[in-house]
Design a protein around this ligand. Structure first.
Ligand SMILES: Nc1nc2c(c(=O)[nH]1)N[C@H]1C(S)=C(S)[C@@H](COP(=O)(O)OP(=O)(O)OC[C@H]3O[C@@H](n4cnc5c(=O)[nH]c(N)nc54)[C@H](O)[C@@H]3O)O[C@H]1N2
Ligand SMILES: Nc1nc2c(c(=O)[nH]1)N[C@H]1C(S)=C(S)[C@@H](COP(=O)(O)OP(=O)(O)OC[C@H]3O[C@@H](n4cnc5c(=O)[nH]c(N)nc54)[C@H](O)[C@@H]3O)O[C@H]1N2
Ligand SMILES: [Mo]
Length: 670
């Protein structure tokens, strides 16, 4: 029983940074509507981001009141372009910039002494000592930014406190050193005291899964795990939630380190989205000796579906139920119910319904856990624990209104809440921390403050953790030198980068979502081509003009997984150039989402007749015939390129986050 997911490709360093510092949430919930100053390290929230729209809506409210946005992105994204200021740092240097800003804030005494004394696990003196080496001069050397800018922005940021927030996304965390980059950024908020404050680095407030208990009986958790699911070398990947390091899974299977008999895939398109997906993943999916049986649930004939033994055609999100709960950017807990707007066509069916049927066919003991008529029934049972509202049961209320909002105040300073008598029942205090004991296990629930029991943060010290014992202990267990502070260190490959080498980074489009949208004609008509961004000066040196083809050759990283000191090639690819001033001179940038081999005519960018398949009615999509004008046959751009041909599997230490943006390469004109 192995369950994998895509956290290690997506966000696990960011999540780990939040868990080690603030404890109880994997994601900040910026209070942008009330914020005065936002420092954005590598998030493209105007176009992408996990909570993009709800955040953007509140950002616009804040902007009307004078909110300033400063963005650090290696590339002129639409967020960078619409920011008040944009800086293009050298990849992976974000931690150094943030620590230098902390250094300036400490030097200028712009910190929040009260918050540090009360709520940080490190004293002001220790913070001063820790940030000492990270001077603006040092950060300037590693990032390429000017010392003056680093100083000025730090002062502006701190002067807006507590209505200010420094935050991150994949730009800063998808690196070998991404965990500490992100910790360094989050720590800026603690030093100026904006953690949990109005207009600041707020967090929490979402309705949790616990509120919708699984219908009983609930199957017991498996008693063992395997190295596929719980990789020993990355102990932090599953410490707080199941984040996994799935980009290693196909490699382990290919090398016979692990074996599986049956593989069910669901909303994953690994040949497209995984590093070395087109090679390692495809090799594994094609080899019946490695995966004897593969069932793929998908809504289109995807890259993944192509390699499956059987396709389970899923209902799309218009056609099924889901309980939806994302960050509550209003800071008031809520959740929503997605409901079928139309019936699924042909034999398509919600995978959950298919699984219920499979379980029932399997019989005891599996079937007893799936004793529902349908997924609708299952959702009804889960919502049955909600209190009645407007005289309606949970399910009826949600069907009618779609959204449930708690009757609560905005969740500011959640750590400061006083624990109630009820919460304190059976608790005891040791070294200032309040514990309860459940089934012989000690669990911290709060912290004593001047004799008052408060909730605190959900870290081991119940305080904001600048120093992390979890990190220090984990590092020790792996023989990695680490004192538990978020020091800055450039990844080896980037530190030793040579004059003729560049860094390949990737980014996402505003109109595409991962490998999900390329078969949608309206979206792909807008974006079907992804030439590689290259700085005009760099292009000039290499004699590359806009639209020329250039050959990119990538190398294995110099530290970590399959480290190689000898320029071992991962892959070579010829791609068109987009020459622009809007990118760091030592960086090239390529989007994902394109370069499909399957997924129909639109995804592939090839005109021609529709395949004659019995499930398709003959006359839908007639307007497509001859209208895929981006087909190369018509002199169009074609369907783009998939960068994952040449991006190495590169998990960062301890957490296993894929270091997407550390890939060293060489480029030449073809
Ligand atoms: N080079 C590069 N690679 C990247 C990234 C990058 O920035 N650059 N981003 C990474 C990130 S952040 C992530 S999260 C991963 C995501 O990569 P994956 O985890 O592979 O997920 P998706 O590409 O979102 O979706 C995969 C499949 O889900 C199918 N699908 C869509 N809707 C449904 C549905 O309702 N039901 C079913 N059953 N299937 C459905 C789609 O058709 C598609 O085949 O990619 C990573 N890969
Ligand atoms: N439209 C759309 N929305 C999406 C998605 C999508 O595919 N399409 N995917 C969803 C998912 S799964 C995720 S994880 C989020 C991701 O949301 P984001 O993290 O905001 O998006 P990314 O494009 O992965 O990366 C953000 C930015 O990092 C920059 N960058 C790359 N390398 C570096 C670097 O070394 N340093 C710095 N400072 N910046 C760098 C890129 O140029 C890019 O603009 O978006 C979610 N929302
Ligand atoms: Mo993601």
């Amino acid at each position: 029983p192995v369950i994998l997911n895509h956290r290690g490709l997506c966000s696990s360093n960011k999540r780990a940074a939040n868990y080690t510092t603030i404890g109880d949430t994997s994601w900040e919930t910026l209070d942008a509507a009330n914020c005065k100053y936002l420092l954005n390290f590598g998030s493209n929230f105007f176009e992408t981001h996990q909570g993009g729209l709800p955040l953007l809506k509140r950002f616009v409210e804040g902007k009307r009141k004078g909110l300033k946005l400063v963005t650090f992105d290696t590339r002129l994204s639409n967020t960078a372009g619409k920011s008040d200021e944009w800086f293009a740092p050298f990849p992976s240097s974000e931690g150094a910039i943030a620590l230098a800003m902390a250094n300036v804030i400490v030097e200028k005494k712009l910190y929040d002494k009260e918050f540090i004394d009360e709520w940080c696990n490190t004293s002001l003196e220790d913070i001063k000592e820790f940030v000492k080496p990270y001077t603006p001069k040092y950060a300037s050397e590693v990032s390429g930014l000017s010392e003056d800018d680093i100083r000025r922005v730090a002062i502006e940021f701190a002067s807006a406190a507590p209505a200010c927030a420094a935050f991150t996304n994949r730009g800063s965390q998808a690196h070998q050193n991404g965990l500490n980059n992100d910790r360094a950024v989050v720590i800026l908020n603690a030093i100026v005291g904006s953690i949990g404050k109005k207009g600041g680095y707020a967090f929490g407030g979402s309705k949790s899964k616990k509120d919708f208990p699984m219908p009983k009986p609930v199957p017991a958790k498996p008693k063992f795990t395997t190295d596929l699911e719980d990789p020993r070398l990355y102990p932090l990947s599953n410490k707080w939630q199941k984040m996994r390091v799935s980009q290693l899974a196909f490699d382990k299977l290919k090398n016979k380190e692990q074996q599986i008999d049956v593989y069910i895939s669901y909303t994953i398109s690994a040949p497209q989205t995984w590093p070395e997906g087109p090679s390692v993943t495809v090799d594994v999916l094609k080899d019946e000796n490695v995966i004897p049986f593969h069932a793929c649930s998908d809504v289109v004939y995807s890259e993944m579906a192509h390699y499956a033994d059987i396709i389970l055609p899923d209902a799309t999100y218009f056609e099924r139920y889901t309980i939806e709960g994302r960050n509550a950017y209003e800071l008031i807990p809520y959740f929503a119910l997605r409901q079928p707007a139309i019936q699924p066509p042909y034999e398509c069916e919600n995978l959950a319904d298919t699984l219920i049927k499979i379980a029932q066919r399997l019989g005891e003991p599996v079937s007893k856990y799936f004793a529902f008529d349908s997924y609708e029934e299952f959702i009804k049972l889960r919502l049955s624990t909600l209190p009645k509202r407007d005289g309606l049961s949970g399910f009826e209320y949600m069907k009618k209104h779609g959204v449930w909002v708690e009757e609560k105040e905005k969740n500011y300073e959640p750590y400061d809440k006083v624990l109630s008598k009820k919460q304190l029942e059976g608790s005891f205090v040791k070294d200032g921390i309040i514990y309860v004991e459940k089934k012989g296990k000690r669990k911290a629930i709060g912290i004593m403050k001047d004799g008052v029991p408060r909730k605190g943060l959900k870290t081991p010290s119940r305080k904001f953790e600048i120093y992390s014992s979890v990190i220090e202990d984990t590092a020790r267990s792996l023989n990695i030198k680490d004192d538990g502070f978020p020091h800055f260190e450039m990844p080896k490959s980037l530190k030793e980068i040579k004059e003729d080498e560049l860094v390949l980074t990737t980014f996402k489009w505003n109109v595409h979502t991962q490998a999900r949208t390329t078969s949608q004609k309206y979206l792909t008509e807008i974006v079907h081509d992804n030439p590689v961004w290259i700085n005009s000066q760099t292009a000039k040196k290499l004699n590359i003009k806009n639209g020329d083809y250039m050959e990119i050759t990538t190398y294995r990283p110099k530290s970590g997984f399959r480290a190689s000191e000898t320029d071992e090639v991962v892959g070579t690819m010829s791609v068109k150039a987009h020459v622009t001033q809007g990118i760091h001179p030592q960086v090239i940038a390529m989007s994902n989402s394109l370069g499909m081999n399957f997924g129909g005519r639109i995804a592939k960018g090839t005109n021609g007749d529709k395949e004659n398949m019995p499930a398709f009615s003959k006359d839908d999509d007639l307007e497509l015939d001859g209208n895929i004008w981006w087909d190369k046959k018509f002199g169009g751009a074609g369907n783009g390129f998939n960068p994952n041909h040449i991006i190495p599997i590169n998990p960062a230490p301890m957490v296993g986050m894929q270091a997407w943006n550390d890939t060293v390469c060489r480029v030449r004109k073809v």
